[in-house]
Design a protein around this ligand. Structure first.
Ligand code: GLU
Length: 305
C-alpha cells in the first residue's frame, strides 16, 4: 500500500496538466496548484500516506457528508420531505431545477440541497452552537481535536457568494428554509471552510467504512445510504464519470479534496487544488482511478488485494 501511494504521488507531481484552481472564492484562488496529497486509513487500523498529506486544505463540499450525517441524526427520514435523493445532472450551484421542482433540491450534495441540510442541523441552535456540533462530529470521527474552521475562507465566500444567497432566497420563497437566509448562509460557509489534511480527512471518513468496530457515529443502515448518495451524487454532474472510472462512493469539494470509501476496507482522502470541467479535483480523480485499478477495490468488482 505504501509503495502504491508513493507511486501515485509521483505520477501526480509530474503531471503536466493539474487543472484549474477555483477562483470564485477569492481565498481559494491563492492556493498553490502544485500540491498533491493522499492518505488511506484501513479498517484494520493502519494509515498510509504520500505527498502533501499533512497539509490542511479547505474541505468545502466534502463537509456536506458530515452535515448530512448530522441532519439525519437530528430529524431522521423526515429530511427526505425537504430534499431528494436523485442526481441532478447539473453543476453544483445550479438553480435550474429548483423552480421546476417547487424548491425541493434534488439531493443533499448539490448546494441547494446542502443549504437545506445546514438549515436542518441549525434549527433550534445559534450558528455558533450548530458549528460547534459539526466540529464535535468531525473531530470525534477523526479523533483529532485540532480540526478547525478557516475564518478568512468563510468570510471570503460570504462576501462573494451571490449564487448561494440566491439559492437560499429561492428555497425560502418556497417555504423550504426555516432559520433565515443570512444565518443559514453564514453557517454553511463556515461549514465549508473547515480545514483538514488528507490524513485527518481519511481518519474522519472511517465512520462510513461499514465495519462494526469503527467509530459508531451513525447506524449501519445510515452508513450504507450515505455511501449510496456519495456514489450517485457526490461529484455533481461528474458523478457518473467518477463511478465509471473509480467505482467507489466519493465526495469532492472545490478546495480539491475527495473523500472516497472502500466499504469494509478503507477511507481514502486525496487532495490536489486544480479542478476539472465538473469542478472536481483533476489529479485527485486521476489518482483515485489509479488507486482503484491497482487495488481492485470497487463496489462493482471482486477485491484482489
Ligand atoms: N462552498 C462551496 C460553494 O458553495 C462549495 C462547493 C463545492 O465544494 O463544490 O460554492
Amino acid at each position: 500500500m505504501q509503495d502504491l501511494l508513493t507511486e501515485i504521488a509521483e505520477v501526480a507531481k509530474t503531471s503536466p496538466d493539474k487543472g484549474q484552481v477555483a477562483t470564485y472564492i477569492p481565498e481559494l484562488a491563492k492556493i498553490d496548484p502544485e500540491q498533491f496529497g493522499i492518505c488511506v486509513a484501513t479498517s484494520d487500523g493502519n494509515v498510509y500516506s504520500a505527498g502533501d498529506a499533512e497539509t490542511p486544505f479547505s474541505i468545502q463540499s466534502v463537509s456536506k457528508v458530515f452535515a448530512l450525517a448530522l441532519a439525519l441524526g437530528k430529524v431522521g427520514d423526515q429530511l427526505w420531505r425537504r430534499v431528494g435523493r436523485e442526481p441532478s445532472g447539473l453543476s453544483f450551484d445550479s438553480i435550474l431545477l429548483l423552480e421546476r421542482e417547487n424548491g425541493v433540491p434534488r439531493n443533499p450534495f448539490i448546494n441547494a440541497g446542502a443549504l437545506v441540510t445546514t438549515d436542518t442541523y441549525l434549527s433550534g441552535y445559534s450558528p455558533k452552537e450548530a458549528l460547534g456540533e459539526l466540529l464535535r462530529f468531525v473531530r470525534s470521527a477523526a479523533d483529532d481535536d485540532s480540526i478547525h474552521i478557516n475564518e478568512a475562507v468563510a468570510r471570503s465566500e460570504i462576501a462573494t457568494g451571490h449564487r448561494n444567497f440566491s439559492l437560499a432566497h429561492y428555497l425560502a420563497s418556497c417555504g423550504n428554509m426555516n432559520a433565515g437566509v443570512d444565518k443559514v448562509l453564514g453557517t454553511y460557509c463556515h461549514q465549508c471552510a473547515v480545514e483538514m489534511s488528507c490524513r485527518q480527512l481519511a481518519l474522519a471518513g472511517r465512520f462510513l467504512v461499514e465495519r462494526d468496530d469503527m467509530p459508531g457515529l451513525v447506524s449501519k443502515e445510515r452508513r450504507r445510504r450515505i455511501n449510496a448518495l456519495m456514489m450517485t451524487c457526490g461529484h455533481y454532474d461528474g458523478s457518473g464519470d467518477f463511478a465509471f472510472r473509480v467505482g467507489l462512493p466519493g465526495k469532492s469539494g472545490v478546495g480539491g479534496g475527495i473523500l472516497a470509501i472502500a466499504p469494509g476496507r478503507a477511507s481514502i482522502a486525496v487532495w490536489s487544488p486544480g479542478l476539472n470541467q465538473y469542478g472536481n479535483s483533476k489529479l485527485g480523480t486521476e489518482a483515485m482511478e489509479m488507486f482503484a485499478q491497482k487495488t481492485g477495490w470497487s463496489v462493482f468488482g471482486a477485491p484482489q488485494f
